[in-house]
Structure formats: C-alpha cells, structure tokens
Design a binder for this molecule. Sequence first.
Ligand code: ATP
Length: 917
Amino acid sequence: MHLPVAGSSEQINQALRGRVLPDQSIAMTAAHAEPADAVLARLSSAPEGLSQDEAERRLAQYGPNSTPGAARTPVILRFLRHFHNALIYVLIAAAAVTWWLGHPLDTAVIIFVVLANAVIGFIQEGRAEAAMKAIQALLSPHAAVFRNGERITIDAEDLVPGDVVFIEAGDRVPADIRLIDVSNLQVQEAILTGESLPVDKSLEPVESEAPLGDRSSMAFGGTIVTAGQASGVVVETGANTQIGRISGLLSQVDKLETPLLVQINAFAKWLTLLILVFGAALLAFGVFIRKADFTETFMSVVGLSVAAIPEGLPAVLTITMAIGVRAMADKNAIIRRLPAIETLGAVSVICTDKTGTLTRNEMVAASVFAADTIFEVSGEGYAPEGTVSPAPREDDQTRATLKDLARAAALCNDAALVETNGVWSVSGDPMEGALLALSRKILGDVDIVGESPRRAVLPFDARHRFMATLNETGDGARIYAKGAPEAITTLCTDMAGPGGERLPINAEDIARQTEAIAAKGQRVLALALAEADTGETLTPDTLSGRLTFLGLVGLVDPPRAEAIQSVADCRAAGIQVKMITGDHAGTASAIAAQIGLPRPAHVLTGEDLDRMDDAALTTAALNTYVFARTSPEDKLRLVNALQSQNMIVAMTGDGVNDAPALKRADVGVAMGRTGSEAAKEAAPVILADDNFASIAAAVTEGRRVYDNIQKLVHWTLPTGGGEASVVILALLFGLTLPITPIQILWVNLITEMTLGLALALEPLERGTMEEPPRRRDAPLLDSSLLWDIAVATVLFAATVFAVFTYTLNETGALDLARTVAFNTLVVLQVAYLFFVRFRHGASTTLEGLRGTRAVWAGLAVVIAGQLTVTFWPPAQEVFATTSLPPVYAGIVLGAGVVVYVLLEIEKQMRLALRPRA
Ligand code: ATP
C-alpha cells in the first residue's frame, strides 16, 4: 500500500545539489544585494514590523505562506492498483477458465469476489491515507513575528512580505527573509544547496549574482538555524520562496512501510508462491492419478488457494498501523515515521527531559536571594501582580540591588508577556516570562526596554548555560547576564553586598543558597551585570571575570499530575523511566521524588559522566534514574550505553543539539511546542503537548497495535490453514468435497473482510501493560504461530468432516450436508475470533463475551450474509445450498461451541505452563 509522505531530504538534496534557482519573483529580485534598510523601505515595513491590519491586507493580496502539494495519483489508478496482486491474477484466470468451461455462475461469483476485494481495499487505503494526512496537518509550523510593535507567535502560513520575524537556534526559517539584525547566526541550508555544514550569516549586501549558498544576508525558508538569533524582513512567501519553487520535489511520494510490514509482505509473497505450486501439484495429482474431473478439481484448487493465501493480511495490517497512528495523534503523540509505531510497543526505557515534560513548564518566580537576604515573591501565573517580601525600605541599599536584578531579568530576556481579557500569557520561553513578571513586581509598570535599548546579545546556549545582552543606559552601556548559577559565578569577580558595597565573589555561599532553593524543587537562575562600552561585542571570553553577581531567582514549575500516574504505569509495565535534564542536580532530585521515580541514592551530573569510561557509564546508566546538568553529548552516550544492554530506548529532546541522540535512540521523541525544528526533524515521534503522559500513552498504544497485529496473524493464518485442510484432505484421499469451491470463496470474502477488520480495532487488552516489554528480536512468526496453525487445521478439518459425514449418513442429501459443513466453517471462524481476541488471559470472561462494537458489527454482517446464502432461494441456486432444518442449525452452532471450548482449554494449559516473570 502506498501512502504519501514528504520526500526525504536526502532525495531533495541529490536533486538540487549545486543548483541555483532562477529568480522569478518581480517583487524582490535582489533583496540580498540591497542594504537591509532599503529592503524594509521598499516593502513599506519597519524594524517594529507591520500593523495587524496591513498584514491582513497583504495576506489577502499575496495569499498564504504555504507551498502547493504534489499532484496525487488519479483515483482510477489508485483503484486499479488493488488488482495488482498474485492472488487476483489467479482468480481472474479462474474466472476465464470457468467461463470457458461453461459455468457462468461460478464466473460471476469469482468476479464478484475480485471486485469486492478491490473496493474494500481501496476504501481502507483511503481511510489510512486520510489518517496520515490529518497527522501531517498537525505539524504545521509557527513563526515569531512583530505585529503592531509586539512580538507574537502566529501560524507560519499567515506570514506576508514585509513582516518582521524573529528566528533563533533550532528554528526552521519560516519564509525567505532579508536579515536586519543578526547575532552569531548560523544556518544549515542543505535542503537548498546540499551543503550540510552551517553557514554564517551577516547583514552586508552581497553581489546580486551570488549563488544561493553565498547569499549570506538572507535566510531562506525551510532551512534550519543551528546557532545564534536574528530578525529579518520577509521578502518572499509560499510558492515564491526558493523552497516553494521546488515544492514538487518536496512532496514526492514515498512508500509507507515498517520493518514488520515489509517482513509480512515478503512472507505473504512466498506463501502465495508455495500455495500456488502446491495447488498445481494437487491439480496434477487429482487429474492424472486420481483421474478426477478437471473442472471440479481445478475449482477446488482455486478455492484452496483463496482460503490459504492471506491476501487481505498486508492491507489489514497497514490499516491497523494507520488506526494506531491516528489513535496516538489523538493522544498527542504524532508519528512522523511509521516504523516508530512498532518500536514504541517494545520500549523498555524512557529517558525524558524534566522541564515541560514531567513538569508543566508554567513558571513563576517564588524566591529571590540578593544582598544576603532571602525574599519571598507572591503572585500567580504570569500576571505582573504580586509583592516581594520582606519589602526593603526606601533608603535601603538592598533595594537598589533588587532593582538591578529586576532590570537584568527584564532586559536579558527575549520573551514578551501578553494580556488577553485579563489573562496573562507568555510569547517565548516560560522561564523568561516568569522573570518579566518578577521584574514588574519589583519595578512597577515602567518601560525598561524602552529606557535601555539592546545593542548586542549573546544568545543562550545549552553548552555554556547562560545568556547576556548589552544595553544602552543614559550615560553608557551595561551588560546583563543570566544563567545557571555555577556558569554565572565563574564569570563574576564580585557580588553586590547588603549595603550596596561590592564584595569578592563567594562561590561557596552562592552554591549553598542554590542548593537550598533547588531542594524545594525550584529551578534556580543567577543574574549579573557589568559596566560596558556601547560598541562592545559579546562573547563568553569578553565576559569572563567582569561581572558582578546580583542574586538568584527560584522558579516554581510544578510536576504534571498526569505524569506522576504515567510514571507509575510505565514502571508497572516493566518500563524504566529516567530523567535526563539540563537543570541543577538539587532541583532534578526534588522533582524526581515528587514524580515518583525511585528515590535516587545520588544524582549523576554531566561532569560525573564525563569522568566515566564506557564500562562505568553503562553500569551508571542502568542503575541511576536522575541525570542533571547533562549536555546533548551525555544524552548520546547514555543512549548508547543503554542500547548496549539490549534495551529499547525512547529519548526525548528539544534543543538544536539533541538531534544526534534523538536519531540514535530507538524512538526519538521531540517536543512539539517548545522543541526546535531541528529536534522535530530528527525525531520520528513528536509530542503535541510536550507531556510525558503522552509518551506513556503512545507506548501503550504501540503495545496495543503490536498485540492486534499478532492477533490478526494468529487469526488469519490458522483459520486459512483450517479451511484449506478440508479441501486438501478431500483431494488427496479422493473424498467428496464437504464444501464446494464457490462456498470457500464466499467464506473467505465474508469473514476476512469483516472479522479481520474487527481485530484491527480491538481495544487494549487487560494485562497488556502489566507484562514486561517484548524482546527486541522477538519474531512475529514464531513457534506459537505454527502450533496455532496445527491446532486449527486439525480441529477445523475434523469438525467439518464430522458434521458433513454425519449429515450425509443421516439424510443422504449432499446439498444439505454441504450446507451444514459450509455454515460450520463460518461458525468455527467466529469461534476462533473470540478465542484469539485475548492473548494475555482467558477468553471466556464477561468482557470477552461482551465483545466490542466492531466485533458485533462484523458478526452482524457475517450472520446476515450466511442467512442470505443459506435461506434465500436465488442465492441457494448460486451456492448450491438448501435451507437448514432446526436440528442441523443446532449442530452447526454446537460445533462452534465445542471447538471454542477445546481451544480455550488448550490455551489455559499453555498459560498455566508459561514461565513466570
Ligand atoms: P530539561 O533538560 O529538563 O528541559 P532545562 O530546561 O533546565 O531542563 P536546558 O534548557 O539545557 O535544560 O537549561 C539548562 C540550564 O541553563 C537551566 O537549568 C538554566 O539554569 C539555564 N538556562 C536555561 N534557559 C536559559 C535562558 N534562556 N537564559 C539563561 N539561562 C538559561
């Protein structure tokens, strides 16, 4: 089955390597060659961006910032593809042969089966496709843009030429933009130029003829920011962007497959071949050795092939996966690459971030340590209302320090607070939002940013764990810095004392205060300042040894209630949960305890890990549950260590540097809300709500999907074997066929298409999340399947022959005996379905007998179908059936019950002997 997914970037790279696309747009032919001001002026825009009204007007004029999708395969071709299948060819040949032999009724039945098969396959494929499409739509990107002078986040689709956007490390550039302000900006443009190394960007205009890769004053839509930040004015949107012009390539169609589907497809192909060869041998045997009638033998062999070939299986499995993908999306886990759905079910350890995943990422500053005093901060959410207590007196020097700290908090900050209908929210990083609220609680409603405009910035980088800005003041400039306490302290020489005096930095005392705040589960941030010159550039080196430590801020970020439950569920399912965070060890440990992770004897930090060799790291990775102050490299090492112990690792990530660990993990999980585009690109799973509970839900769903696939295989192959065995025995021993070939065709059509689908929709079976994860290398087609096939074959053949022979002996009526055998076969399939629905426990429970809506719907169709072909005279003509007298109807149902009971007893014996976990 083929479903559309975007072409891989590798394909696109290959197609584009070195190509410069012709400029087609008249509006902004050479934005890269003009000064930024000129471009802004030409677009009637300004560094503060457009007004909302103007943006809406332009949106109407230029259309949305989206690229047209690829043309779809025509409907008729997609329908015809369902006839491209070895079994269908056999059936079409059989239809031709029966017609030639003068059996038009048989021909009609075969053609009906062929058509029904294609129609049902086509409808199901459409459904799977719709599910995948809906999921792609969930991945729509956003952009940070300045409108009416305020920074807001909008759908990238709504960008218009002239909009001023803000981009930072990890973002995907939302449109083609002319840069108007850059700080250490590096962009990876492989998607356009094939060059995988990031390129530096600057403001200077370049030659108008410069190839795409050299247009350093531009950032192009679709490329990824790997470092720094910038703002720029949108010059082209949608189809006019460089990437838009090649969108045909971007939406190339790939096959949607998973290792399991590939395995089963290959298996089904070989099985088909085996059955066809076997059928041909049987035909030869019947005709030449048994001297049986050719037409009858031929039809029997066709019936046998249809019964034994699992023609519907690959399609139903794809549907099962697609339903799983949809169900996961409903639970906020978006599957970008289908193989992940299989791996999710086998996950044995989840390595998760803390902030936003286990906690809510709704921050509020709760405490401040400055000038040797601990202050409590009141207020809720992001509303800038609340007090700092004890309130310092007007003449108190502490007050000045507190104000400096508040200024640092507001100026060394990229977020904005937005009030809508009295509710305050953040555009940008929640932690920075909380700092803005804190600053206004201390300073009141003053325009700090207006008073001290920013002249330079050193963006936050998880490697150095701080951020700094250079802001103009009335009489010069100041550097403000914020970051992890130990990172800031190493840059400081002195600290603001209680009386406003400068004291030598006391790193130990600061570390003690940090520990105390962190032990309450609060995230701790340090703030600092330095006097500076206006024109300075900021680098970690130029800051070193210059800063004055102002104080610490403790931010509360409560754990998510649902995460606590999910951690418990995972642990019950034998899945380990490990917290791998960039945060302070104390904070991490306190939150771990609140979340219900095994109380850590000690937390390992990135530094501890750096000192370990691979063997020590492996032991540590297995026995530790909390890792703090980790770097992206640590994450990668931990994944490797856990995988070396045969564990299947799910790893979350959000930062631009998390990509290697996300790729290396068995299931990389990127944060949909706060995650960088780079992380989303690398991960096969994206969490729409960044919530740990969604990972746990996806793992549960993954187990359900795998279970249902197993149930489908364990239903399809044994019942197919059971049906086929009836025909094979009759042919081999020259017995009268208890079921005619046409009846066999019918049984297959009606049961496979209804009951098989019901299994695809089975809910999570109780006990599924109480068993340990399945082994990575557990084969789907294992000895238990062979055993099930053997059991079903014996039971089906014995039962069908028994009822057939009994009826024939009692009545001497062949049609009646066949009708009984035919209906018995269907009842056996139904019994087998009820049996196979439960793999982890007994089938004969109230829950089992209650069934599901899908099971009853499937059953209703089967019953209606059987009543029609058994009792409706015109159908009786076609299928050579007769109405069943009540006694024989009783025999049919009784046979089903007996077989079901035998199957259940056999399963109970097996479960009793199962090794205990
Ligand atoms: P997790 O990995 O669980 O999401 P985290 O968000 O704390 O945790 P990082 O984003 O790597 O991890 O941050 C590490 C540390 O860097 C934080 O604990 C904080 O001290 C500091 N930090 C984070 N964001 C900023 C920022 N915008 N400016 C300054 N410092 C920051």
